[in-house]
Design a protein around this ligand. Sequence first.
Ligand code: SRM
Ligand code: SF4
Length: 574
Amino acid sequence: MSTHSVETIKSSSRRLRGTLLESLLDPVTAALAEDDRVLIKFHGSYQQDDRDLREERRAQKLEPAFAFMIRTRTPGGVLTPAQWLALDAIARQFAERGLRITTRQAIQFHGVQKRDLKASLQAIHASGIDTRSACGDVNRNIVVSANPLLSGVHAKVYAQAAALSAHLLPNTRAWQETWLDEPAREDSGNEDEPLLGANYLPRKFKIGFAVPPLNDIDVLAQDLGFIAVLDAHGSLRGYDVAVGGGMGASHGDAQTYPRLGDVLGFVETSAVAAVAEAVLTAQRDFGDRSARKHARLKYTIADRGLAWFKAEVERRAGLRFAPASAAAFDHNGDRFGWAVGARGRWHLTLRIPAGRVRDEPGAAWQTGLRELTTFLQAPERDGSPHLRLTANQNLVLADLAHRDRAAIDALLTRHGIDLHRRASPLHLHALACVALPTCGLAMAEAERYLPAIVEHIEAMLAQHGLDDTPIHLRLSGCPNGCSRPYLGEIALVGKAPGRYNLMLGADHRGQRLNVLHRENIDEAQILAALDPLFALYAAERGDDERFGDFLVRAGVVAAPVTATDRVALEEEIA
Ligand code: SRM
Ligand code: SF4
């Protein structure tokens, strides 16, 4: 079996250093040397080019308008107000499109010039955040249920996730030497990597922690998911462990597909690190390093069998899984507006369309949130007000006093950023990946198309008297699935400019994938396909029956394999 070129680049990189330092200093081009483009991902950055300008630059015989995306490692998306203000300042000084909250609770900056990369990363580091392993063949930013309503348990789960994120970081000091100018040490370029291995993982690896009944992180879309299990008193008892979730697929390639995680069983909280190490190292050793499209854990499990994988994890972790408790999820969206938490502290979930924090006519997202975070860190605030990015690209203001609510509401209204009070349920829950102009893999618009398509579908829902009906809509510019589209009740997956695959029938709990309904259709065809389905739904839906569930019950779409089916399968093999 041949080794993929990325494996060769990793192995000859001196633990992810490559020639990055030389590339950064090369004044002739705004780009990096080819191999360094692969390596910089492990440092939390991507070389991109502005696709809106590609043709123009080509006509002018100029190199593409290269610039860099930077992504933070912010486990659970928790930020202090001071950190938000620091990131906001970096966005204004070095980036082009404000701040972008991602579907993995990170912040991305776009449009950073090569000459500003080092200063940007140093400023991020100075705020107490890093970008290590935010991209690349490593464990990525760990996602955690963001809604702090269940704050006692949530705090414990978050602490465990943050510790695991640190534990699974590579040992290489390439990041510190490249960006912080730290001097090389004796073992530099040859650091021991007992967990990740000298060639790191075969592919990206993603971990998430969910606290039922919330599934706001889509735990079954993670390579490794920990689902909190509470005892009768509401205390954290341990976790059900799910493995092998993933969204990515390629059009026209049946060998690639989205897959929901399989639940292996229950473990106590003390076993989290051992289980994570066992799953990660099993994938390190058995993942397919010859074909990157076939290298995720989901394919390792599909190829070798779930029973084999479970036994392998048990052997490596030195434990036996207990039967899973299969806690029920009720929702994979966010809860918007004010909510009071366990200690009588208040939390406000704001809607940020596609996670983009940038001033727009009528909605001063960036300025408003800057003022708000300045308010949160004022000395007269009590408690520990902070921010939590959600995996649905939204923002929670957490741990606030009741008396501060009115001032916060007024501030949000003044800046026109109180969408959580005004937007339709469709709009509130819609997700869109970045896509054009920065994503090199985009086949169609997503983030920039979101406002228009939401407006069209809202109008159609209103015609059918469904304006207040929550329906989860997800848009991706290509089948890689960065907005987790295959878990949308309605999803549009980019195929070509202006053309999408229409996927229908996921549940709203993140436990059932949708299925392809119409292929490669334009906006008029999308709306024409949805109109009769909304009419049918309005006429025949059961009490509280959700759109995705209705479509499956009514036989409009075939029921795909569900998480419950998988639990039955797991019982069969146990
Ligand atoms: Fe993603 C690649 C953006 C979450 C699956 N993703 C990309 C790249 C880096 C494009 C590239 O490789 O050149 C995109 C950069 C666009 C840009 O201009 O910023 C990109 N992915 C994103 C973000 C920013 C989407 C968003 O709108 O929020 C999310 C950043 C997450 C983070 O903070 O770490 C993002 N990507 C996801 C998710 C959702 C999740 O993790 O919950 C998925 C599906 C889950 C999964 O991994 O299976 C996802 N991204 C992919 C894939 C397909 C992987 C696969 O197994 O096939 C690619 C392409 C690849 O890896 O080859 C990709
Ligand atoms: Fe880019 Fe495709 Fe991911 Fe959208 S889904 S950000 S288009 S890779």
